[in-house]
Design a protein around this ligand. Structure first.
Ligand SMILES: *Cc1c(COP(=O)(O)O)cnc(C)c1O
Length: 397
């Protein structure tokens, strides 16, 4: 498939508003009602028989599904161009359930070093307990990736773009390496979103999202999702039923509401982020800007080929010390200081104190987390206001 086609095939607002709602309006309600129930009833024992024998597909208990949740799942499947999608109680529940579902004791996975912190901890602390080994390779080093694959390797786990350095994986390359070894690829696409990139179109097997971020988009819910083929997703759905990380009906409703404006928000966040990145790059008090939309980014070429936009997170190193960085963060008027991203409100994070505080400074530096590193998650505020605010705060360094 050529890249132009892939770029055109990213999701749009018509899909985001209407997908999975074609089934009719329950009680004539325009919006999807919240089915606030824990369990579901059978009309008769014959109906139970039909369910048990598989003649009738329906829900029997809330841990296995919910009508509101199914609409949200249908929307995500449509946005990702997937046969199926399922929701989880959090992005981490999606990550852990998927990996546990796809790997057995004695098997091995290759994962990129620049991955979400808790995903790395899951590999090091949980998988290891069950004799599942993981090898970390540098994101973007395809030779190391290939070398790390052995007899027991079953999956490659990667994110693109990564957090906080916005490294971009060449999905064609990763998929072709995986195919040549007959193993599967999982991509955490939280930072890209289906508006900017659809990994399944590249042959990736499972896409993971922290729906807490751009899909929900309002900093008011915690949820996760996966999308992929019917067979793979349904196998992981069975693990979800056992491990129990389901999303509640009200959260599913909020997610549906959030997703209706997701393409609108994302278009704006892409645009403001690129403008902010370009502005920062021209500032003497900014040492380095990490944003895949900039020509200076090492993965710009790949990003341009495989993404329709570059996302809503801009990271940068200030030309100062820890104290100067703290002054800068305190001086910002619009974004709040916090740990999340992807919502309508801009949020700034200081990775070395917020996410990597338990590492020694040298260990943080070894993975590129300098004291002067700032991660700016751009919201939907006016681009001009955001830039003026940053310009003012830079004076406080
Ligand atoms: C936030 C995040 C997660 C975890 O998601 P939660 O919804 O917080 O559990 C996983 N991966 C990435 C890339 C994230 O940004």
């Amino acid at each position: 498939m050529d890249n132009g086609q892939r770029t055109r095939r990213v999701c749009n607002s018509t899909e985001a508003v209407h997908a999975a709602e074609e089934g009719g309006h329950w009680g004539h309600a325009l919006t999807v009602p919240i089915a606030q129930t824990s369990t579901y009833v059978f009309e008769s024992m014959e109906s139970v028989d039909n369910f048990v024998s598989g003649k009738e597909t329906r829900i029997d208990y809330g841990r296995y599904g919910n009508p509101t949740q199914h609409i949200a799942e249908g929307k995500i499947a449509k946005l990702e161009g997937a046969e199926a999608a399922i929701l989880f109680a959090s992005g981490m529940s999606a990550v852990t359930t998927t990996i546990l579902g796809m790997l057995s004791s004695g098997q091995h996975a290759v994962i990129m070093d620049d991955c979400y912190r808790k995903t790395a901890q899951f590999c090091n602390m949980v998988l290891r307990k069950f004799d599942i080994e993981t090898t970390f390779v540098h994101a973007g080093d395809y030779e190391a990736l290939e070398e790390a694959i052995g007899e027991k390797t079953r999956v490659i786990i990667a994110e693109s773009p990564t957090n906080p350095h916005l490294n971009v994986m060449d999905l064609d390359k990763v998929v072709s390496i995986a195919k040549s070894h007959r193993i599967k690829v999982i991509i955490d696409s939280t930072f890209a979103t289906p508006f900017n990139q659809r990994p399944l179109d590249f042959g990736v097997d499972i896409v993971i999202h922290s729906a807490t971020k751009y899909l929900g988009g309002h900093n008011d819910l915690i949820a996760g999702a996966i999308a992929g083929s019917q067979s793979l997703v349904s196998a992981i759905r069975d693990y979800r039923g056992i491990l129990g990380g389901v999303v509640d009906p009200h959260c599913a409703y909020l997610l549906i509401r959030g997703m209706k404006t997701f393409p609108l928000r994302m278009a704006r966040q892409n645009q403001s982020s690129l403008a902010l990145a370009r502005f920062l790059e021209g500032q003497p008090k900014v040492k380095k800007v990490y944003y895949p939309g900039l020509e200076s980014h090492p993965h710009h070429k790949v990003a341009k080929e495989q993404m329709a936009g570059f996302g809503g997170v801009v990271s940068f190193d200030l030309d100062t010390d820890l104290e100067g960085t703290r002054r800068f963060l305190n001086a910002l008027r619009i974004p709040c200081i916090g740990a999340s991203l992807g919502g309508v409100e801009s949020i700034v994070s200081h990775p070395s104190t917020i996410s990597y505080y338990e590492l020694a400074r040298e260990d943080r530096l070894a993975i590129g987390i300098a004291d002067e590193l700032v991660r700016y998650a751009v919201g939907i505020e006016e681009e001009e206001d955001l830039i003026n605010d940053v310009e003012e705060a830079l004076r406080n360094i």
